[in-house]
Design a protein around this ligand. Sequence first.
Ligand SMILES: [Zn+2]
Length: 432
Amino acid sequence: MKTFALLLEARSPLAIRADHAPSGFGCLDYLPGTSLAGGLASLFRLLYPNERDEFKRLFLSGRVQFPDLLLTPLITSGDEQNEMQQEIPLSPVYPLPRTAQSCKRHPGFQGDNGRKQGESGHGVRDALFAWAIFALQPDDEPQAIKALKSQRSCEVCKAPMQSITGCYARHGTAFQLADYRGRRRLQTHTGIDRLRGTVQEEILYNREVLDEGTCFWGLLKASDEEAPLLQRFIEEAGHSGLVRVGTGRTRGLGAVELTLTPLQEASASWEHFRERLLTFDRKLKDYLATYKAPEPRKSQGQRGEPFYFALTLCSPTILCDEFLRYRGRIDEAALAELLGPPFTREDLRALHMAATLHRVTGWNDLWGLPRPVEYAIERGSVFLFAYWMRGDADRDELIKALFRLEEEGIGRRRNEGFGSVRISDPFHFEVL
Ligand SMILES: [Zn+2]
């Protein structure tokens, strides 16, 4: 499996619609993997109508995973006068977890240089560790409430904290929030009379678009055989001005440029991954110790020490149980199924979940029909687990299984950007 960072830059206004409901005109703040794959597939058919085999390998085999692309933050250049804003290329963008909270009056990261002077927020904090204490404390113990209370109001202005959504990127040691602000506008159009070709009376509609110059970022994965083919195609087509995504493609919207950058070898990232998981576990144990939280209670047959890890969803995830019912959360049974043997639900305990469901719709250009409706666990959902390890070797076995989940993704429709997961995201302890 090879991984590439994909940067998409809008060359014309971009309209990305969530569905085809006639009443909706809103624009999404991310580009779904299905739209990206659809845009590239139609261009491939246009450029190489006879290379059916290559088409099959890239778009139908499922060996290339087209990710959801997330909005990148803006950074203002030093010159405040002309307020020129430019994008930071290629710094990874992640969704804010559902446990993230920020000041109600001044939301956003502290020292966020993407904002104009005075607009920087009062800071973002993550409540996952506090919720872990809440889950572990016996009911009559006030410590849990103390941990959560400390997260209740803003440290700067004492306003209440509330949850914050969106994406963020890291720039050096500082975090930057990526949101719509200053980057979307309404375009107003008139309907055309089908008979006369003139303006149709009483038909005036709005369409929300993102400005040209807006950038999106995502991780594209391809198997080793497909990677060179994909790289060649994107290098040829990416800057040709022919790639179009989103809606309104025949009205001049959606022209984009694509830049693909290969990332380093996976073997180096395994060490890195292991270190990240161990750090998360250690940080959470330190935090629990400061609040004197007890270890999770064991049920029968559980031995050993708990090892903590969290699953944070970077894209919506479609999971089904054995009766093909959609799962609304990842519990012990679901995780044991994902990890595979020898891990069983008895070894695991879900300590905290912050998750919502989301309806997935869409349009399939190839069929000319709407896609079937499915239900996905929303991006940014967080699941905290404890695992009873029987020694270090056993723990490494678990880390290996989790590494596979992060590498391959989980659930259905992974080649369309669903099911991308990050294990033990450092965000949870970095902005405590
Ligand atoms: Zn504040």
